[in-house]
Design a protein around this ligand. Sequence first.
Ligand SMILES: [Zn+2]
Length: 79
Amino acid sequence: MTVPQPTAETRWRCTLCGNLTRFDVTRSSKVVEFVHLDLAGEATTEEREVLSETIESVRCRWCNAADQIELVDRPGAEV
Ligand SMILES: [Zn+2]
C-alpha cells in the first residue's frame, strides 16, 4: 500500500484510534554521504544528500496498526 504523504495543510491520523502524533515510520532512502575520517580512522559523516526516499510503512505507536493512516487537515489550515 502507498502511504499518503502529509503536506503543509495535512497531517497523518490513525484511522483506528485517532492518534495524530506518534508513528513508527519505515523509510528506505538512497543517500550520498561525505565521510571524513580522522587520523585514527574514526569516521564522521559531515554531509548527507538524499537522492531518493520512500516511506514503506507507517505504524501507529498507540494501537500498533500498520498502514491504517489517513490524511486530515492540520489545525488552522485553510480549506
Ligand atoms: Zn492507532
